[in-house]
Design a protein around this ligand. Structure first.
Ligand code: CO
Length: 250
C-alpha cells in the first residue's frame, strides 16, 4: 500500500511541476471526447496506451471487453457517456493474448465467469466456419479476439442508446480496435456496423414513420377509392332493384 501512496505523491508533484493549475482545472468538470470499453487486463490501460490525459477518456472495463445488452453497469456508462457527456467516439478495445477469450475457447470450467464467457462462446458459434479454417491455435485465438471486438461493436449498435443517438445530429462514431501487447500497437479493425442494417428489421427499436405519399400517387389512390365507392353504390342499387322485382313477381 505504501508503494501506491508514494507513487501518488510523486505523480502529483510531477503534474504540479508542469502546470500549477493542473488539479484546479480538472476539478472544474469533465468533457471527454472518447468512451473506452476495454478489457480489465492490467496490461491494457486505456489512457496510457492511447496517450490521452485525465479528462479525455471516459472508461468502462470488464473481462474480455464485452458489450452485454443486459449489463446495467455497461449500459449506465454508455448512456451517461452518449447522452450527458456527448462523447464523439466510442472505442471497443480488445487485445491479443486475452485470458478471457482463451478461457471461452476452452471446454473447461472456470467458476462464476463461465456465464460471462458464454457471450464469447456465442461469438465462436457465429463465426465457427471461419475459425475452423484456421489450423494454428494461436492464430485462431488471435482471430477470435478480433471477431469478439467486432461483435461487441455491433452489440453497441443494437442498443436503443446508440439507435436513439443516431436519429440526432452528431451521433458517436463506433470503432473496434485490437491492442498487441507484444509490440504496444493498436490496430483499427475498421468495423462497419452498416452490415447490421441488413438485420434492422430485427434489431431496430425504432419504427420508421411511413414515408409521405407522392402527391400524384395520392391523387390516384383517392380516385381509385372513389371509383370503388361509386361501384359499390351501383351494385347496392342493382341488388335493391332485383330484390324489389323479385318481390313484385312473387
Ligand atoms: Co483480456
Amino acid at each position: 500500500m505504501q508503494h501506491i501512496l508514494e507513487g501518488n505523491r510523486r505523480w502529483v508533484e510531477s503534474r504540479l511541476a508542469e502546470d500549477p493549475e493542473y488539479f484546479h482545472k480538472l476539478s472544474q468538470g469533465q468533457k471527454p471526447r472518447y468512451l473506452f470499453i476495454g478489457c480489465s487486463d492490467s496490461r491494457v490501460p486505456g489512457s496510457a496506451i492511447t496517450g490521452t490525459k485525465p479528462g479525455e477518456m471516459f472508461t468502462h472495463r470488464n473481462i474480455a471487453n464485452l458489450v452485454v445488452p443486459t449489463d446495467m453497469n455497461m449500459l449506465s456508462v454508455l448512456q451517461y457517456a452518449v447522452e450527458v457527456l456527448k462523447v464523439e467516439v466510442i472505442l471497443v478495445v480488445g487485445h491479443y493474448g486475452c485470458g478471457g477469450v482463451a478461457a471461452a475457447a476452452s471446454n473447461k470450467q472456470h467458476g462464476l465467469i463461465d456465464s460471462w464467457l458464454t457471450n464469447i462462446r456465442d461469438v465462436i458459434r457465429l463465426h465457427e466456419t471461419e475459425l475452423l479454417r484456421i489450423h494454428d491455435e494461436d492464430q485462431r485465438l488471435r482471430r477470435l479476439v478480433e471477431l469478439n471486438v467486432m461483435e461487441q461493436v455491433r452489440n453497441l449498435a443494437k442498443t436503443n442508446i446508440i439507435q436513439n443517438a443516431r436519429t440526432k445530429p452528431n451521433p458517436p462514431q463506433l470503432h473496434g480496435l485490437v491492442y498487441d501487447i507484444s509490440e504496444g500497437i493498436l490496430h483499427d479493425l475498421e468495423v462497419d456496423t452498416r452490415d447490421l442494417d441488413e438485420f434492422s428489421h430485427i434489431y431496430s427499436t425504432i419504427s420508421k414513420p411511413a414515408a409521405p405519399l407522392d402527391p400524384q400517387v395520392q391523387a390516384e389512390v383517392q380516385q381509385q377509392l372513389q371509383q370503388q365507392h361509386s361501384k359499390g353504390k351501383k351494385q347496392e342499387a342493382a341488388q335493391a332493384t332485383e330484390q324489389n322485382e323479385a318481390k313484385q313477381t312473387a
